[in-house]
Structure formats: C-alpha cells, structure tokens
Design a protein around this ligand. Sequence first.
Ligand SMILES: O=C(O)CCC(=O)C(=O)O
Ligand SMILES: [Fe+2]
Length: 130
Amino acid sequence: MATLLELNHDDYFVDQPGEKAETNVRCSYYPQCPRPELVFGLKPHCDGTILTILMVDDNVGGLQVLRDGVWWDVPTIPRTLLVIIGDQTEILSNGFFTSPVHRVVTNAKKERLSVALDYVDHEREIEPSP
Ligand SMILES: O=C(O)CCC(=O)C(=O)O
Ligand SMILES: [Fe+2]
C-alpha cells in the first residue's frame, strides 16, 4: 500500500495505528426473512475502521457494495477472507484507498452467518499521509 502511494516508508500503514488500536470480533446472524424486499440485514454504511476482515457463509450471498450508484453483489469464494478498507485507511491514504459503502440484504430461503474482525484506532487522531 505504501509503495502504491510512493511513500518512502514501507511500513507506513503498519506504523500509524497507536498501541491502543483494537481488534474486535462481531458475529452476525441473519435469519431468513419472508419479505426481503422490505428488510435490510444491515443498512448501507461504511466501516469506521482501519480494516475489516470478513468471513462470510460460502453458501449465501447477501453482501453488496455500492459503486457508481449501482449495488453489486460481492461474490463469495470458499475459504477466502474478504478485506474491507475502512474510513481510517481512506483518511490515512488521503483518499487513494476508498472505504466502500456496503450493505447486507436478507434472503427468504436461507439464513446467513458472518464473522467480522474490526481493526480500529479510537485513541489516535488519524491524519492523511504526507
Ligand atoms: O455481515 C456481513 O457480511 C457484513 C458485515 C458488515 O458490513 C459489518 O459488520 O460492518
Ligand atoms: Fe460493514
């Protein structure tokens, strides 16, 4: 990431979070929903994190990302973790990496599980790279 930004500091993104940066795990259960057209699993949002690492159910889609005004399904790939860039990385990279707006839609036939690991710094003031 630092190389892409042409920073002369390979560990720039590793060094920015303070010692109090936290990792939190969130397990979410999305039950079947008889009226998926009316109910979001998770409303549209960006993650306020440095990164979110997401493990989703291989058999159920549901995660969507907004790009150019269109919602796209995020494909599920077995045994693969998904990394979502968070707002803090967008700030650190001065907008080079963007924190995507995403949501989870519900499913009438299948329940869904996900595990999200948030890496976030609530203590330090995050500033754009030099
Ligand atoms: O459950 C998911 O697939 C997405 C979860 C999510 O976006 C979040 O926890 O911020
Ligand atoms: Fe999220």
